[in-house]
Design a protein around this ligand. Structure first.
Ligand SMILES: Cc1ncc(COP(=O)(O)O)c(C=O)c1O
Length: 365
């Protein structure tokens, strides 16, 4: 089962507040039933409809739906010819899916430390990081929309990883519109849930065409290695139903975030907020603590409130490379607190209560 599986044994116990939980209801049920009854659960019209929706939202001429966000990342790298001999910069403080995609593409990953006291790398540090890479995957981290303008000056190719940040905006511009390719994930506990699923979207039609060709091995006249990266209509119907609820989800997440800020500040946590002028998607509610979170996390879980570290293992640790100090510091000191549209106010009150108790026990200073 994955790290953030929506259904774990403990999340079935009613007094547990899980770290993540998809928000599914009648619209989603009807969507899945419609596909089952159609007799065509494979890739079909719903996949095309989802691609059209996302391309229109990102003002792109087209998009390609895939079986997962990881597949979308891999297809994006391959379509941009970021393969053997190319260096691709990625943050070390992120989901390992990003590293796996670069490795599968055959490119060399260049791990970037986060800026001091931050959860994302600083493009201004790139000059001192040695030879500039051929490309960068910019991950909008945990719902926070990054400023991509400075990145454009230091890397010739930019993939925007919006897996955690669908709906976030920077000065009213949605994340995913400023890079060469945008990648989205529809994994069960992401902003929008299709069980599994991904999409890549791009301004350049040639990239869309290449990714579309790679995704399907069948019916080709000319040989080239391709694969099955397809999304099914069953997933797409679910994704479309969730897509229609994005405004509702964003509003609910923002409301929940607003309810968290003051109680957490008052007990010594420092919430990580979107930059002024931008709108976070509140995929996760992250706070800095003064010390390592191990004991705090253990206490919260023992009380049924499933807080987590935002990443289980940093990528420098995973690869066994030289420790990146700011990344390690963030790993120790950042806590991720439950937030999702189906979180009830009672559950949220319980989260606040348990963190307050943790403060009284000296686990937050
Ligand atoms: C930043 C980031 N990129 C890519 C992915 C991969 O998405 P998927 O799980 O749909 O393969 C994830 C998933 O956790 C992610 O967090």
């Amino acid at each position: 089962m994955r790290k953030d599986s929506p259904v774990s044994d403990s999340s079935l116990i009613s007094d547990i507040v899980p770290h993540s939980r998809p928000t599914l209801g009648d619209i989603e049920e009807a969507a899945v039933l419609r596909i089952l009854r159609s007799g065509h659960p494979g890739a079909g019209p719903d996949v095309i409809a989802l691609e059209d929706e996302i391309a229109a939202y990102l003002s792109h001429p087209g998009a390609i739906a895939t079986g997962s966000g990881s597949q979308a990342l891999l297809a994006a790298l391959m379509s941009l010819d970021l393969r053997a001999g190319k260096r691709v910069a990625i943050p070390a403080f992120t989901c390992s899916a990003v590293l796996h995609a670069v490795e599968w593409a055959g490119a060399e990953p260049v791990l970037l430390d986060v800026a001091e006291g931050a959860i994302a790398p600083d493009p201004a540090a790139m000059d001192s990081a040695g030879t500039l890479p051929d490309a960068a995957i910019i991950v909008h981290p945990w719902g926070l929309p990054l400023d991509t303008t400075a990145w454009k000056e230091v890397v010739p190719i930019m993939i925007e990883d919006c897996a955690q940040s669908i709906g976030a905006r920077r000065e009213s511009t949605p994340v995913g519109t400023t890079g060469d390719v945008a990648v989205l994930s529809f994994y069960a506990t992401k902003m929008l849930c299709a069980g599994e699923g991904g999409v890549l979207s791009a301004a350049d039609e040639a990239i869309i065409e290449r990714a579309g060709d790679l995704r399907d091995y069948d019916g080709k006249a000319e040989w080239a290695p391709r694969f099955n990266f397809k999304m099914s209509d069953l997933q797409a119907a679910l994704a479309i139903a969730q897509w229609s609820r994005l405004p509702e989800f964003l509003e609910r997440r923002a409301l929940l975030a607003d309810r968290y800020h003051e109680p957490f500040r008052s007990i010594g946590l420092t919430p990580i907020l979107p930059d002024p002028g931008s709108l976070g998607s509140w995929y996760r509610y992250l706070c800095w603590t003064q010390t390592d979170t191990a004991d705090l996390l253990q206490y919260c879980v023992s009380q049924g409130v499933h807080c987590r570290r935002p990443v289980p293992v940093t990528l420098d640790r995973l690869m066994g490379s030289d420790p990146l100090p700011n990344t390690r510091e963030a790993w120790h000191r950042v806590i991720s607190i439950p937030i999702y549209p189906s979180l009830t106010e009672d559950e949220q009150d319980r989260v606040i209560e348990v963190l307050g108790e943790a403060r009284e026990r000296g686990l937050i200073s």
